[in-house]
Design a protein around this ligand. Structure first.
Ligand code: PLP
Length: 381
């Protein structure tokens, strides 16, 4: 991955001038800061950023510039990254399973907020982390639908277990809190409804008043043209349900979006290497690169196809099988991607809304993945 210092006007200018042979992720600091301000203005609580969705230093710097003061981190590397770029920011170490060496590293770095979803990991924290001024957030899960895939499959205690963990954390002198993650690209706001009401029930069962409730990431980005995310409606629902469920004991709310903050701040330029015998599309990027997520959560339909001369292809859509560049047969996009019928070798396929889980999961498998990240004033045009 390289970093170019040039600031471009828009993706089309990059295509005209560079004719890029390698995948290019185009970053708009203005779009990212607007997204951060939308969260800060609308969310009824504290906005933190899940670093794993896109750990680019420019992303973290622009979020700080826009007013983000807390970061969800999962590893010593992410802890050190945020400490260096945003020394005063709060670090929420919300990977609930950690090696002892990782815990020691985080204590030294001044981490004050930790999540946990099991008795064994809670005892490790009690043993190693000074309780004074430290918060332990118990992560719980529900079998709810609504997200693109279910995060509870890996992390989260049952409600019953969470009540026991909350009691134990409070008794050990930690600030007791709760946290959940409804699953990424969660377009059904009722997922938050169910989780928040369950959180109130856990507090009642434990006889503990939670200081804070972290309602996770999961906020959707704009992946389908016809479905712009209704973030304000989700914020309003979270606000209303928190008051209904907790009444006078309403905890301070926190959110930790990754995708919802950064997704729409990047556009991805790929190129058609070949249209094999007029049928299958071979792209210069695929599932081992910037398009890693598409087989997991579905194709993005916010796509434009641009000719090398910069003209937009407008032919009637034809469903195409799209392969990535590696020699691995799983390197293909799901189903068929509707692409303009006049698509030709050398064209550029531009995917919008590609800021999350794209550069972060890019690999050099098979010698591909020479992805470049460039900055543009606008992602339109
Ligand atoms: C990945 C992750 C997030 C961000 O999820 P998005 O769906 O990208 O918003 C937030 N919190 C935790 C604990 C995570 O693991």
């Amino acid at each position: 991955m390289g970093l170019s210092k040039t600031i471009w006007a828009a993706p089309s200018e990059i295509i005209r001038h560079k004719q890029p042979e390698h995948p290019v992720l185009v970053f708009s600091p203005a779009a990212l800061q607007a997204s951060a301000r939308r969260f800060i203005r609308g969310f009824p609580g504290i906005v933190t950023y899940a670093v794993k969705s896109n750990p680019d230093e420019m992303v973290i710097q622009n979020l700080v510039a826009a007013g983000v003061r807390g970061f969800d981190v999962a590893s010593p590397f992410e802890i050190d990254l945020v400490r260096r770029l945003a020394p005063g920011a709060a670090l929420h170490y919300h990977n609930p399973v950690r090696a002892r060496a990782e815990i020691a590293h985080a204590v030294k770095a001044g981490v004050k907020t930790w999540s946990v979803d099991s008795g064994s990991e809670l005892e490790k924290l009690i043993e190693m982390v000074p309780a004074e001024g430290c918060e332990i957030s118990v992560r719980f899960q529900l079998p709810v639908a609504g997200a693109a895939y279910h995060f509870g499959a890996k992390f989260g205690a049952t409600a019953e277990a969470a009540a026991e963990l909350l009691k134990r954390a409070a008794a050990a002198g930690f600030i007791p809190s709760l946290t959940f993650h409804p699953g990424t690209q969660c377009t059904d706001p009722m997922a938050w409804d169910a989780y928040i009401r369950t959180a109130a029930g856990i507090c009642t069962a434990a006889g503990v008043t939670a200081a804070r409730l972290n309602v996770g990431g999961g906020f959707p980005s704009h992946r389908q043209e016809a479905a712009a995310p209704a973030l304000e409606a989700i914020f309003a629902l979270i606000d209303r349900v928190a008051t209904e469920a907790f009444g006078a004991d309403r905890p301070v709310l926190v959110c930790e979006p990754g995708r919802g903050l950064v997704g729409d701040a990047f556009t991805h330029i790929t190129r058609v290497k070949a249209l094999r015998d007029g049928t299958h599309v071979f792209l210069n990027d695929g599932v081992y690169g910037g398009l890693a997520e598409l087989p997991l959560i579905g194709n993005i339909d916010r796509i434009e196809v641009i000719s090398p001369e910069g003209a937009r292809r407008v032919g009637a859509p034809v469903g195409r099988t799209v392969f990535g560049p590696t020699c691995d047969s799983v390197d293909r996009l799901p189903g068929e991607l509707p692409l303009p019928g006049d698509l030709a070798e050398g064209d550029f396929i531009v995917f919008h809304g590609m800021g999350a889980y794209s550069s972060a999961t890019n690999t050099r498998f098979n010698g591909f993945g020479a992805m470049e990240i460039v900055t543009a004033l606008s992602l339109k045009g």
